[in-house]
Design a protein around this ligand. Sequence first.
Ligand code: ZN
Length: 245
Amino acid sequence: MASITVWNEYIHERENDRVADLYPDGIHTYIADLLAEAGHDTSTATLDEPENGLPPGALEDTDVLLWWGHLAHDEVEESVAERVATRVREGMGLVVLHSGHHSKPFRKLLGMPADLTYREAEERERLHVVDPGHPITDGLPESFVVPEAEMYGEPFTVPEPDRLVFISWFEGGEVFRSGCCYRRGKGRIFYFRPGHETYPVYHQEEIQQVLRNATDWASPVAGSPYPTECRPVDDPAEDIDGYEP
Ligand code: ZN
């Protein structure tokens, strides 16, 4: 069991009837409920809350943060994005969903723009598992279809992933690296492409399986604390001839 926080900008659901029908209490609540059913402690945070729902200390006990954003990446406070990035380096997992590729925490941690091509044409997407031994693929078939998808295409301007788990093919012919694993500091990061708000993507069993697996995979691992600042060393492990601090 892990402690999970699901963050959502929570705008589409309050402005678009189709999205509201799919996610009456918001995508964040829908995903939090799904992960609670899997046995996790879950909480949510949204853009319109003070400090975007993530004030200092809010993520201290969070093992994995899931992030859904699209329209309002710029409205996320710089200090909040930096706080998220710091917690990831300290060991918190981060699962970045769909249009979260352009979120401040993801771009900050990756150090790249994370641009891509896109088209909203209600087209078919087939996701292929390209790393079948990876824990994020547990319980999945070799490939599966999202019947209605927004297309995201290459080039995807991100650093080469440490592990590439899924590749998508789209009806229009494009391909995309849809499941990318990174590590920054002690923290594990997984970017997962599907999740366009006007299609019932998170209602699909295979997608839900990926969310459960990704949460497990991104949970913190044991190890020494990760340094977060420079530190002078006046008492070296070995004596240095002639050195007196
Ligand atoms: Zn979208």
